[in-house]
Design a protein around this ligand. Structure first.
Ligand code: MLT
Length: 411
């Protein structure tokens, strides 16, 4: 045998969090086939695609079946009709100027936030919030930026910014210089947000330290409060220091349809090993054109339809529906005496476990006693221990049923 593997993969934790949860659920269902489990674990939507979106999707499929309108490979970066619509709707109204060649349409923010690290040097210092969406950490560990794994499961070379009840889930600026800072706000998993001032502090830090912020705004459509930025580009000076990731998954129900986009500003530069400035936009373009052939035409037409007046209305109704679920969860759990966070500008509710129970113990309790699946906070990092995440993405009926079930167990 002569083939060797990428040893960095051996530093990854046992399994991807949501795969591990699915495994535990499958075991439970095997042993308890008569139990109907309510899934509030993975953040997956339950509402079908809106009518307007389906119509555009179908029409585009018809075009693909007609020799006059058939399309082969599209632009790797996405069709300009979608890039222009995105700019007009998602950025212009907030006074943000984005050029079409700064928009890269893709099949998911998970892929983009995972792939982006490829274009950066291996010696960059990575900084993440803790708890954190596991993709940011795992992809850097795979690339070899994690360093060794410590006893508490953290990686030696990664800088963690704890977000807990103690600091109101507001990460403190890193105390040591870092290069790439992953921020996700509204946050997955805590559901909490940063206001404009708090986000500006990070932009200022990045400008002073020549860092780049990788800003995951996948949940911006769930923001209900003023003064919570929808885009990092609402902060002055951020185009020189930030890449932003957006997704149609949670916003428009595209988890199974797949469409997202990433903004890579032309103002953004990194240094090569000789210290020369290199355009990050050009590098990402080079990466995408080599490794990606674009999102299918019908999916991009479906995504475009989410911005039509009717599409927007339908999407807003779905978001409001989920946010009503979030409110039901917050109210009920608060009534039961639990400390809950998030759920105001996000579909995620971050629950402090009762009696300082461990996350996985609380997960098991909810599964066994109430037949509800949550996501154990510890799966998102050290500071997630003692918390559990619930999503508001189930149906109203199931959400109410779940709350009734929880109120019957002894907490
Ligand atoms: C989650 O549950 O955290 C999300 O569904 C993960 C994702 O969007 O990949």
């Amino acid at each position: 045998m002569s083939v060797t593997i990428n040893d960095s993969y051996l530093l990854l934790q046992d399994g991807y969090l949501f795969v591990e949860i699915a495994r535990r659920l499958e075991n439970f269902q095997k042993e308890n086939p008569d139990k109907s489990v309510i899934k509030m674990g993975i953040g997956d939507v339950t509402k079908p695609l809106p009518k307007t979106v389906i119509k555009a999707f179908k029409d585009a499929v018809e075009e693909m079946g007609d020799p006059d309108t058939f399309k082969g490979y599209g632009p790797e970066q996405g069709y300009s009709f979608l890039a222009e619509t995105i700019i007009k709707n998602d950025f212009k109204p907030n006074g943000v100027n984005i050029d079409t060649d700064e928009v890269f349409i893709s099949d998911g923010a998970k892929c983009d936030t995972g792939n982006i690290q490829e274009i950066f040097g291996l010696n960059n210092k990575i900084c993440v919030t803790d708890p954190v969406y596991p993709v940011y950490v795992d992809t850097n560990v795979m690339a070899g930026r994690g360093g060794s794994i410590t006893n508490d499961g953290t990686y030696k070379s990664i800088v963690y910014m704890p977000c807990t009840e103690k600091n109101n889930f507001i990460p403190e600026l890193p105390k040591e210089p870092v290069d790439l800072i992953y921020l996700c706000f509204p946050n997955n998993p805590t559901g909490t947000t940063l206001n404009k001032k708090q986000l500006s502090n990070f932009v200022e830090y990045a400008r002073e330290n020549n860092s780049i912020i990788l800003f995951d705004a996948a949940y911006e459509a769930f923001i209900t409060e003023n003064n919570v930025p929808h885009s990092i580009y609402e902060i002055n000076g951020s185009k020189e220091v930030a890449i932003e990731f957006r997704s149609f998954s949670k916003t428009a129900g595209f988890t199974g349809t797949r469409c997202a986009y990433t903004i890579v500003p032309k103002e953004l530069y990194g240094l090569d090993s000789k210290g020369e400035k290199v355009s990050i936009n050009k590098l990402w373009n080079r990466r995408q054109t080599t490794k990606f052939n674009g999102v299918s035409y019908p999916v991009q037409k479906a995504a475009e339809a989410t911005f039509s007046p009717e599409g927007r209305k339908e999407i807003r109704e779905n978001i409001n529906y989920y946010m009503e679920n979030a409110k039901i969860i917050i109210d009920k759990l608060t009534d039961l005496g639990l400390n809950v966070y998030g759920g105001i500008n996000s579909p995620y509710i971050w629950v402090k476990t009762p009696s300082n129970m461990k996350s996985w113990d609380f997960f098991d309790l909810l599964l066994n006693e109430a037949n509800i699946v949550g996501t154990p906070g510890a799966g998102f990092g050290l500071s997630g221990e003692g918390y559990l995440r619930l999503t508001a993405f189930n149906t109203l009926e199931n959400t109410k049923k779940a709350m009734t079930r929880i109120s019957k167990i002894e907490l």
